[in-house]
Design a protein. Structure first.
Length: 329
């Protein structure tokens, strides 16, 4: 192990994933980023918060044991955790209290600083890091946080080694990940359905009959997609076609939201974060439609879905500033 190692812990207990990460700022590398999905019963479309809390309580001991197996306690600088969904007053989900309690116990026991962040800021930081777009830390940018729990268009300003995040818009009903998962369950897929739905869509050979998306300004509606899927199922359309239809609809919704934001705010770079953005079909659509308008940045797939990596990075930034990035270069 490096004699100059500077280690930072990140813990994140989102609605569907227990995760813990160990980051070494001295070399700009992760020693671990362990994720474990919470179990959802077959045919179900999500988890109640009480079930998510109980699942995290069961998962955390094994997740943290694996994530921190390579730790050198004397090289540990600080502990970080996602304590809220977003950085706004009143933002709260019980599942995050499990990680917050574990992180507080850990930091108190080893007498190291504890930093609280939002889950959303962790997603943004993980996406900035894994996309390699260090230049985003020098000025404001647009960001989409697109997952099962959130579909939001954000204006992000790096400030005091953190992010000041302003919500500009997003969905008025279903989140994109919810729309994808609900469609997948209707097709007989196991929740979460994103990866399998993408496999089906990639096997489609039919031309997609496009319907209009519901976007006005910076806001969208996605609940109508469920009815369209039910109609296609009644018509007897192939599962591959329906899967491709769903991802095309979500992708075109994001394209239109991005276009409206660029038309209004100018040529700002755009960062896409969240589990839905690991989908290759949606990413390729955004690149094709928008790549000539501005710089687009995407998180690597392993850093797109819920994970503690961004929390560990934010912990390093809280102690050292964004300058810790230079060790990676």
């Amino acid at each position: 192990m490096s004699g100059s190692a500077r280690l930072y812990i990140g813990i994140d207990t989102s609605n569907y994933t227990t995760s813990a990460s160990l980051f070494d700022a001295s070399v700009g590398e992760f020693r671990s980023n362990v994720k474990r999905l919470l179990t959802v019963s077959e045919g179900e479309r999500g988890l109640r918060q009480s079930d998510a809390v109980f699942a995290h309580v069961k998962n955390l001991p094994s997740v943290t044991a694996e994530a921190f197996a390579d730790i050198e306690p004397e090289k540990l600088i600080a502990v970080g955790v996602s304590a809220t969904p977003r950085d706004v007053e009143g933002s709260y989900m019980p599942c995050f209290s499990v990680g917050a309690a574990a992180a507080s116990t850990l930091a108190g026991g080893i007498k190291k600083p504890l930093h609280h962040f939002s889950h959303q800021a962790g997603h943004v930081m993980a996406a900035v890091w894994s996309s390699g777009a260090k230049e985003l830390l020098d000025g404001e940018f647009l960001a989409f946080h697109v997952s099962g729990g959130t579909t939001e268009l954000l204006l992000v300003r790096p400030e005091n080694n953190y992010f000041r995040i302003e919500k500009l818009g997003g969905t008025l009903d279903l989140n994109a990940g919810q729309a994808i998962d609900r469609s997948g369950v209707k097709l007989g897929l196991t929740f979460p359905c994103g990866a399998r739905l993408e496999e089906l869509a990639l096997a489609n050979s039919e031309r997609i009959e496009r319907s209009g998306v519901s976007v006005k300004g910076f806001e969208c509606n996605l609940s109508g997609l469920e009815n369209k899927v039910e109609g296609l199922i009644r018509e007897g359309r192939a599962r591959e076609y329906i899967a491709a239809y769903v991802l095309d609809f979500v992708g075109r919704t994001l394209v239109k939201l991005t276009e409206n934001a660029l038309d209004s705010l100018g040529r700002l770079p755009v960062l896409y974060a969240g589990g839905v953005m690991s989908n290759s079909i949606i990413k390729n659509m955004l690149r094709s439609e928008l790549g000539r308008r501005t710089a687009l940045h995407f998180a690597e797939p392993r850093f797109s879905s819920d994970n503690a990596a961004g929390i560990a990075l934010l912990t390093a930034a809280a102690e050292e500033g964004f300058g810790f990035w230079t060790a990676r270069e």
